[in-house]
Design a binder for this molecule. Structure first.
Ligand code: ATP
Ligand code: MG
Length: 424
C-alpha cells in the first residue's frame, strides 16, 4: 500500500456526526442575522497581500507572523484571508456601498480564515469565522446592537457561562496623548522586553499591553491606563454604549487593559469570554470593536464602522465544556426494508416517492438480510420502518411501523406519505 497522506498540521476534518452540530449553529446564526437584518456578503478566500498589510496593520502578529502569503503564476503577491473585516471594508469601498441610501450597511459573513499559528485546542490554521460589520454609523446604539447580536448567538445555542468585557480605546486625540504616556513609561526599560515589544514601542506602543510574552512584566500592571486619557467626546460615547447595553439587560465588565490585537480599532472594544471549566489558556470566544478610520485608510470616504468576529470552533469547544449537546436529533423518518431482490425495485421507488413528498427516507444498498436491515433502521434511529415483501406487493398494502411505540398502521402504498406527514 502507498504511504498514507495525512491532513496538513492545524487543519481537521468535520465528519458527519460533527457537521450536524455545525449545521445547527449555522442555522441559528442565519436566523439571528435575519432578525437583526445583517445581510450576508461573500468575499474571495484570497486577496492582494497589501489589503491585509494596510487593513489589518503592519505591526500586528497576523501580518508579521501568521499570513499564508504566496506568489501566483502571474507574480502577484496574494494572501489567504486571515480575517474578514479588511475584505468586507474593501468590498464596501469597491462596490460603493457608502452610496446606498440606508446607512449603516449591515453585513455578515461566515467562512474559513487562515493563520499560520501554533495549533492547540481552539487554535487551528484553518478556522471558520462568523462576523458582522455595521458600516456608516457612529451611534453608540449600533455598538450595543452588534454586541448584543454576538451575545445572542451564544445564548441561542445554549451557552450560559459567558463574560462580556468592554473597553474604550478612545478617539485619535485620546490615543495620541495615551501613546506618549506609554512611550514614557516603557522606554527606560524597553530592553527588558521581547523584540516584538521593542519594535512596537515606537510604531504602536498600545500593542505592548497585548503582548503574550511579557504579560507578567511589572511595568505592565503600572502602565498608564487608556481610561485616564479619554477626552470628553470619547467618554460620552463610551457612556452611551454602556447605557444601551444596560437598557438591553446585558451584563458587562469594563477592563481598561483590553486592547484588541488589530491596529485599526478605536472607541468601543469588546471580547466575550467563556467561564466554563476545562478551558485551557484560550477563553476568548469573540472579539470586536469600532474602527472609524479603516474605510478611509482603504480609499473610501469617512465611514465609521463596528463589527465582531467569532470562530465556530471555539463556540463548539465552549458547548463541549458546558456539556451542552446540539445537533443530536435523528432526521431519518422512514427506513424501507426490502424482503428480497424481487421487492427491491418497489422499495426503491417507495423511497423516491417519500423523498418527493419531503420525507427523509433510506434503504439498504448492500443486499443484506431483513434482520440486518432492521438493525440498520435501529442504528439510524429511523422514526418508521416499512417492510416490503411479496405479500405487500400483491395486496398493495403495507404496515407503517413506528419505532418509538411499535404501533403499526395498515396503509395503501399511496397513503404512506400523507399518513407520515399527518403524524409529524
Ligand atoms: P487570540 O488572542 O486567541 O489569538 P485574536 O486576537 O488573534 O485571538 P481575532 O483576530 O480577534 O483573534 O479573531 C476573532 C476570533 O476568531 C477569536 O476570538 C476566536 O474566536 C477566533 N480565532 C482567532 N484565531 C483563531 C484560530 N487560530 N483558531 C480558531 N479560532 C480563532
Ligand atoms: Mg491570534
Amino acid at each position: 500500500m502507498a504511504n498514507n497522506i495525512q491532513l496538513p498540521r492545524g487543519t481537521y476534518d468535520v465528519l458527519p456526526e460533527q457537521s450536524a452540530k455545525w449545521q445547527e449553529v449555522e442555522q441559528k446564526i442565519n436566523e439571528l442575522c435575519r432578525l437583526y437584518q445583517y445581510k450576508e456578503i461573500r468575499t474571495p478566500i484570497f486577496e492582494h497581500t497589501e489589503l491585509f498589510q494596510r487593513g489589518v496593520g503592519d505591526t500586528t502578529d497576523i501580518v508579521q507572523k501568521e499570513m499564508y502569503t504566496f506568489q501566483d503564476r502571474g507574480d502577484r503577491s496574494l494572501t489567504l484571508r486571515p480575517e474578514g473585516t479588511a475584505s468586507v471594508v474593501r468590498a464596501y469601498v469597491e462596490n460603493k456601498l457608502f452610496g446606498l441610501p440606508d446607512q449603516p450597511v449591515k453585513l455578515s459573513y461566515m467562512g474559513p480564515m487562515f493563520r499560520y499559528e501554533r495549533p492547540q485546542a481552539g487554535r487551528t490554521r484553518q478556522f471558520v469565522q462568523f462576523g458582522v460589520e455595521a458600516i456608516g454609523s457612529k451611534d453608540p446604539a449600533i455598538d450595543a446592537e452588534v454586541i448584543s447580536l454576538a451575545m445572542e448567538v451564544y445564548r441561542s445555542v445554549g451557552l450560559k457561562q459567558l463574560r462580556l468585557v468592554i473597553n474604550s480605546l478612545g478617539d485619535t486625540e485620546s490615543r495620541i496623548s495615551h501613546k506618549e504616556a506609554l512611550i514614557k513609561h516603557f522606554e527606560p526599560r524597553i530592553d527588558e522586553f521581547c523584540g516584538d515589544c521593542q519594535s512596537r514601542l515606537t510604531k504602536n506602543p498600545l500593542r505592548i499591553l497585548d503582548c503574550k510574552v511579557d504579560r507578567n512584566h511589572e511595568l505592565m500592571a503600572t502602565a498608564p491606563s487608556l481610561a485616564d486619557y479619554l477626552n470628553d467626546e470619547s467618554r460620552v460615547y463610551f457612556d452611551g454604549v454602556k447605557s444601551y447595553l444596560e437598557a438591553l439587560g446585558i451584563d458587562y465588565v469594563v477592563d481598561p487593559n483590553l486592547v484588541r490585537g488589530l491596529d485599526y480599532y478605536n472607541h468601543t472594544a469588546f471580547e466575550i469570554m467563556s467561564d466554563a471549566e476545562g478551558f485551557g489558556a484560550i477563553t476568548t470566544l469573540c472579539g470586536g470593536g469600532r474602527y472609524n478610520g479603516l474605510v478611509e485608510d482603504l480609499g473610501g470616504p469617512e465611514s465609521p464602522g463596528i463589527g465582531f468576529a467569532m470562530s465556530i470552533e471555539r463556540l463548539l469547544l465552549a458547548l463541549e465544556m458546558e456539556g451542552v449537546e446540539i445537533g443530536q436529533a435523528s432526521d431519518l423518518e422512514v427506513y424501507v426494508v426490502a424482503m428480497d431482490e424481487s421487492t427491491k425495485n418497489k422499495a426503491f421507488t417507495v423511497v423516491r416517492d417519500l423523498r418527493m413528498n419531503g420525507i427523509s427516507a433510506d434503504m439498504d444498498f448492500n443486499g443484506r438480510k431483513v434482520k440486518a436491515q432492521m438493525k440498520s433502521a435501529d442504528r439510524k434511529k429511523s422514526a418508521y420502518v416499512i417492510v416490503i415483501g411479496e405479500t405487500e406487493l400483491e395486496s398493495g398494502k403495507v404496515a407503517l411501523k413506528s419505532m418509538a411505540t411499535g404501533e403499526q398502521q395498515e396503509l395503501e402504498f399511496e397513503e404512506l406519505a400523507q399518513a407520515i406527514l399527518e403524524n409529524r
